[in-house]
Design a protein around this ligand. Structure first.
Ligand code: HEC
Length: 181
């Protein structure tokens, strides 16, 4: 009796582990050529936060009030990168842009905060499909899926200026600790 219950228990533990394991994958999910918007990215590690960061000479002219950027990375790839210094296939970054806002009510206080969100973009490592990373826009969070943006608009700058595997780890404090050795 004791023996049988033991096996039953083991089976229950293993099968529930398998089920939750597959249900909880946080890697990129494609339907055909469309990337499903990562639903819970706001619960992912925030690897970078910056203000007005750009390599484009026209960026300041186009947007003199510089936007806040937030960069999230899916948790399993975050953990893998800290261990190995590599991003696994299916790794997903999400980049959010926010307009800077100031407190208008008196008494006046200093500083700016994240106001209206103006963009949600993503990048996915899929070497077979994209020869590296694919880049996506989600219409500021309104689109449930997205197809890859033409590589010429996104990829070149990442390949040229980013420190690690086309990712701007130089601006992400915890990740650059790994790449600094
Ligand atoms: C002129 C250079 C340039 C171009 C073109 C560019 N990016 Fe980036 N991108 C950056 C920089 C710099 C960062 C660093 C993080 C930040 O902006 O806060 C970044 C970061 C990112 C990240 C976070 C992950 C990472 O790779 O570091 C995503 C996602 C992203 N960009 C998406 C896009 C998409 C989508 C496009 C095309 C529509 C694009 N980028 C075009 C410069 C560029």
């Amino acid at each position: 009796m004791r023996f049988r219950c033991g096996w039953l228990l083991l089976f229950a533990v293993l099968s529930s582990g398998c089920l939750t394991g597959s249900a909880q994958s946080d890697l990129a999910r494609f339907e055909g050529a469309s990337l499903a918007a990562p639903a819970t990215y706001d619960e992912w590690p925030l690897v970078g936060a910056s203000l007005g960061l750009s390599y484009s000479p026209d960026a300041l002219a186009a947007s003199p009030s510089q936007t806040f950027h937030r960069v999230y990375l899916n948790p399993s790839s975050y953990r893998a990168f800290l261990k190995t210094g590599d991003f696994p296939e299916g790794s997903t970054f999400v980049l959010e842009l926010y307009e800077p806002a100031e407190m208008l009510s008196l008494p006046a206080r200093a500083g700016k905060y994240e106001g209206r969100r103006v963009a949600v973009e993503a990048s996915v490592k899929d070497t077979k499909r994209f020869g590296g990373w694919g880049y996506f826009g989600f219409d500021n969070g309104r689109a449930p899926t997205a197809t890859a943006i033409d590589a010429s608009r996104c990829q070149a700058c990442h390949v040229k200026h980013a420190a690690t595997d086309s990712v701007f780890t130089q601006f992400y404090p915890r990740l650059r600790q790994v790449t600094a050795g």
